[in-house]
Design a protein around this ligand. Structure first.
Ligand code: FO1
Length: 351
């Protein structure tokens, strides 16, 4: 391998890891933004994949938020796991960013005609198949991690030379609920209801991760972080996507203890939220809706925080003592732009 190629972060990660095996990249991710970013990570690793039938494959292990999960009409729905699975499996509706391409809504309309609630939740006909399989397997006693692996078999998330594995943050149910004011009354509603039915408008008093006290890290989660060559915090919602993952027992300690660099990408771009509702979530934690505010929220690893590096958009600034900050375009306007973000993040990880 020529010296020039050693400058490439992937080759360097392999060399720096002192092993000729492929690299192991761990990404903490939520839904839409995280899923799109993962397309870039996979593209970069694919370009660098070992030659055909050469050394084993690069690995991307995605630790996925399950706090969005909920049960509707008796079906267990895992929005972030499904968004990542459909996106990497090329089944996603790219306009919406969630749910299946070429989706229809007959079952939803029929349920609404029966007056069945929640009518506000978009349950697509194709998507229902995923929820039926998942619910049947969970009822049969399979843990969410095994159900997820089984569902991913169909979608073939990897590409030549790179294997992709989705790791639910926990096999136990942890659901994000929102303590908020609705019509002048203090209410606690599921995150999905706050987001979809109320459009994230009710002022938030607190986010509560219900079930966290009985939850442990999902199989392989802590080990993946410990053995990673690079750990990336995707540009997902720091409060309701990355937050629940960090709250799972052992995850913070694993991030602070891994020999890999931990690098995050700002979800606030050009001073604003690109999509979703992070701007309605961050103030509930007294975090400024800025690239710097989120970096300070995650904190420098050198001082009881998580970050070695932080990528901000070219028009943003962030000065966080103990965290190296780099500026690059962070708008995922094209696969090439997303791959450039992933490459910049991995480049950060090589030291
Ligand atoms: N987001 C919406 O804004 N409206 C919906 O009706 C909706 C339904 C839905 C169904 C399955 C699924 O996997 C995702 C769905 N989402 C919907 C997105 C979901 O709310 C995500 O949790 C958020 O986009 C945050 O990641």
């Amino acid at each position: 391998m020529s010296l020039a190629s050693r400058q490439d972060p992937i080759c360097y990660l392999r060399a720096a890891a002192g092993k000729d095996e492929p690299v192991r990249v761990v990404v903490l991710a939520g839904g839409v933004g995280g899923a799109r970013f993962l397309l870039g990570v996979r593209a970069v690793l694919k370009d660098q994949a070992p030659q055909e039938n050469a050394a084993p494959e690069h690995r991307i292990q995605v630790i996925v938020n399950t706090g969005d999960d909920l049960t509707v009409h008796g079906l267990r729905v895992c929005p972030d796991l499904d968004t990542v699975m459909y996106t990497l499996g090329d089944g996603i509706d790219t306009e919406r960013g969630w749910g299946r391409r070429a989706e229809t809504w007959q079952a939803k309309d029929e349920l609404t005609a029966y007056g069945a609630e929640p009518s506000w939740f978009g349950l697509g006909d194709r998507d229902i198949a995923t929820h039926l399989i998942r619910t049947r397997m969970l009822d049969a006693g399979f843990p969410l991690s095994e159900v997820t692996a089984a569902l991913c078999e169909r979608w073939q998330l990897g590409v030549r030379g790179t294997r992709v594995q989705l790791l639910p943050m926990s096999d136990q149910r942890v659901e994000t609920h929102v303590v908020c004011q609705i019509d002048g009354a203090r209410r606690v509603v599921h995150f999905q209801e706050w987001w979809i039915a109320h459009h994230a408008q009710p002022p938030v008093e607190e986010f509560v991760f219900v079930g966290l006290d009985r939850a442990s890290a999902g199989p392989g989660v802590l080990e993946a972080i410990a053995e990673a060559d690079a750990v990336l915090l995707a540009p997902s919602n720091p409060v309701v996507s990355i937050g629940p993952i960090l709250a799972v027992p052992g995850v913070r300690q694993a991030l602070r203890g891994t020999s890999a660099k931990v690098v995050g990408l700002s979800p606030i771009v050009d001073g604003a939220v690109v999509r979703g509702m992070a701007d309605k979530c961050l103030p509930a934690l007294d975090v400024a809706v800025t690239a710097e505010g989120v970096a300070r929220h995650y904190g420098p690893r050198k001082a009881d925080g998580l970050l070695d590096g932080w990528l901000v958009h070219e028009t943003d600034a962030a000065d966080v003592p103990g965290v190296e900050v780099r500026r690059i375009p962070l708008l995922m306007r094209s696969p090439e732009a997303t791959a450039a973000m992933a490459l910049a993040a991995l480049d950060f990880c090589r030291g």
